[in-house]
Design a binder for this molecule. Structure first.
Ligand SMILES: Cc1cc2nc3c(=O)[nH]c(=O)nc-3n(C[C@H](O)[C@H](O)[C@H](O)COP(=O)(O)OP(=O)(O)OC[C@H]3O[C@@H](n4cnc5c(N)ncnc54)[C@H](O)[C@@H]3O)c2cc1C
Length: 598
């Protein structure tokens, strides 16, 4: 994986060019490599050996405290000590001023080694980065600083039992108590937050919850819709403006842990805010400090959305990668069956390794094309985030990110999960047991189509908003990029694939128009998911073609890249025809079928 990562970063994305920018001037190819080396080492030593343990020794709540294996404490401490929590932050804030693409690449090692152990740190880094962007100076100094140092960990509390995809329906309530608290306008919160990752534990001395809640209007009623949503810092233990614990417990209670299919090493909690379990300041109600303006909570929460969604996609990629490598190693060693040639009919002849069978190679190539393609996608998008933040053409970067983010999140969630399924298949019966790691990778990966916006919601975002916004400007920006690759490829041995890609791009464009030709969202969006699949496969074909153009020698490594690219064009891209067919016809079946018919 490291060789592919280095190739994508250095030869394909040319990340060293970023050091010409003022913000990254103190970095070099060597400092970037050193960061990756450190992450790779810590992940190998502190995360990978405990991935299975974190799965089998599930978090346990004894009614008072959540118990976690010692390995979880050790791994998260090692991560914090590496400085990666503040990797992208300014030097002034104790950060390393790393480009997003390097931060993501470094984090990839942790996701691959143990996605569940890495969960706490990823949440904390996202939480603190949000506070750096939207908090007051005091909130940054008190909460974000302590999080970047790894003293306190963070959570994101959006979902409620009755409000998952539809966040406008949250009912957690925030009532003003003191406008002039040093930590920000102080409110009392009451409500229930469901599915909160890292919501309780004893790893750190405190937990900083970022909570979406509604401030009632003058009539005492909650404002309908997303406009009424505000954002609050709700610490588990109360603190003063010097970032010291006061010793008083806030009114946030762990109602219970969820027992999950995978990702078991990260606690997942139902939290009750303000139920009166504790009475800070002598009364019930969880104390929370407003971040930003009232009503601006969702915007603030989604400020880091690009990074969060690329991060989820990259996590899915790395789980796929882990399964691919495990199944590749197995296939190289497992003898089973004989060649289909005449020689193979001799039962006394030695069996061949299963990697010799064409069908096993098909499964390995499929995995390779999914996981390496997914890695290219995630890194490409992270590089675009750097363009957005420090590049010359921010508008272009924004347009491309707009259409690529739903793909960066959803495509690996679906296809690198499929890679995990194929890894199990390559191992045969062994793959279905807990003696091998591949079943856990599949279980861990199954989350990624669900959280951070479900698959269906990503598809609605893509076809319902992103490709049609500003008269289709974002889609046009992407098409222009794809055309550049096509033009380069036409001059090479890849002309056939270039023509195939041009046809696919035209097909996507045509289906987009036909889907929207009645102007009715119900018509267009009934087939949003197959549209997203076709769009994603077209994007991946483009990236594979671009990657193939960046390999120049005849090494096994280069030939492997070419083979994966050829696989994608031969076996995967043709699938888009079936997906786009229902989109372009505005097939009404799923929209019209009556619930009683099921
Ligand atoms: C392990 C885990 C960790 C999580 N961590 C966190 C966390 O840290 N913080 C947090 O706030 N949340 C977290 N979540 C919650 C997660 O974000 C939600 O589960 C997700 O948003 C979906 O909400 P839901 O479960 O209520 O499903 P629902 O919204 O009920 O969706 C159920 C199904 O209906 C579909 N659907 C819903 N609405 C529509 C629509 N309008 N059109 C078409 N289809 C639709 C969905 O796509 C989905 O397939 C976590 C969840 C899990 C499982």
């Amino acid at each position: 994986m490291r060789q592919t990562l280095d190739f994508l970063l250095n030869s394909w994305l040319k990340v060293q060019d970023l050091t010409a920018r003022e913000r990254f001037a103190e970095h070099s190819a060597e400092t970037f490599a050193a960061v990756l080396d450190t992450c790779e080492r810590i992940a190998r030593e502190k995360f990978a050996p405990f991935n299975r343990l974190a799965d089998t020794q599930e978090p346990d709540f004894d009614g008072e405290r959540v118990q976690l294996p010692q390995a979880t404490h050790d791994a998260t401490r090692a991560y914090a000590e590496s400085g990666m929590l503040a990797a992208a932050q300014d030097y002034d804030a104790g950060g390393m001023q790393l480009p997003c693409v390097i931060e993501m690449a470094g984090n990839a090692f942790f996701s691959k080694s143990s996605v569940a152990l890495a969960g706490y740190a990823m949440l904390t880094s996202g939480n603190a980065s949000l506070l750096m962007a939207h908090g007051t100076d005091v909130q940054r100094e008190v909460f974000a600083r302590a999080e970047f140092a790894g003293r306190w960990f963070g959570t994101m509390c959006l979902s409620e039992p009755q409000a998952g995809s539809s966040l406008s329906d949250i009912t957690t309530r925030a009532e003003l108590e003191d406008e002039a608290d040093a930590l920000g306008p102080r409110y009392r919160l009451t409500g229930h937050k469901m599915w909160i990752s890292g919501g309780d534990h004893e790893i750190t001395e405190n937990i900083v919850h970022l909570v979406l809640a509604k401030i009632p209007g003058p009539d005492g009623k909650l404002i309908a819709g997303t406009k009424g949503i505000s954002l609050f810092i709700v610490p588990k233990w109360l603190v003063n403006a010097n970032a010291e614990l006061t010793g008083e417990r806030n009114d946030v209670a762990l109602a219970g842990l969820n027992h999950k299919l995978g990702f078991r090493g990260t606690t997942n909690c139902l939290l009750n805010f303000g139920e009166g379990r504790w009475t800070p300041g002598g009364r019930k109600g969880a104390i929370g400090y407003l971040v930003g303006q009232p009503g601006d909570g969702l915007r603030a929460m989604f400020h880091m959305m690009n990074e969060a969604r690329i991060g989820v996609g990259l996590g899915a990629v790395m789980l796929g990668y882990a399964g691919y490598e495990a199944s590749l190693e197995y296939a190289r060693q497992r003898p089973q069956g004989r060649p289909l040639t005449a020689a193979g009919k001799d039962a006394a002849s030695p069996q061949r390794r299963i990697i010799e069978h064409a069908d096993v190679r098909r499964m390995l190539l499929a995995q390779k094309s999914y996981v390496e393609g997914g890695l290219a996608l995630a890194l490409y998008c992270a590089r675009l985030v750097d363009e957005l933040q420090t590049g010359d053409d921010k508008a272009q970067a924004q347009a491309l990110l707009d259409v690529l983010i739903p793909i960066a999140k959803s495509w690996p969630s679906e296809w690198c999960l499929e890679a995990n399924s194929l890894a199990i298949q390559v191992l045969g019966g062994a793959g279905y047991t807990r003696d091998f790691p591949v079943e856990q990778y599949w279980r861990d990966n199954r989350l990624n189509m669900i959280h951070e916006g479900t698959h269906g919601i990503q598809a609605l975002d893509l076809l319902g908003r992103k490709v049609v916004q500003q008269g289709g400007a974002s889609l046009a920006a992407l098409a222009a990029r794809v055309q550049l690759t096509i033009a380069r490829a036409m001059q090479t041995d890849w002309a056939v694939q270039a023509n195939q890609l041009a046809a696919a791009l035209a097909q996507v464009g045509g289906a987009t128009k036909k889907a929207w030709s009645t102007g009715q969202p119900e018509d267009a969006l009934a087939n949003a998911a197959p549209y997203m699949q076709a769009f994603g496969h077209t994007v991946l074909a483009w990236l594979w073609l671009d990657v193939a153009l960046a390999v120049h020698d005849d090494s096994d490594f280069a030939q492997g890249k070419r083979a994966a690219a050829r696989y994608f064009f031969a076996y995967e891209l043709p699938k888009i025809g079936a997906w786009l067919d229902v989109v372009a016809r505005r097939e009404p079946l799923c929209r019209d079928i009556k619930p009683e018919y099921f």
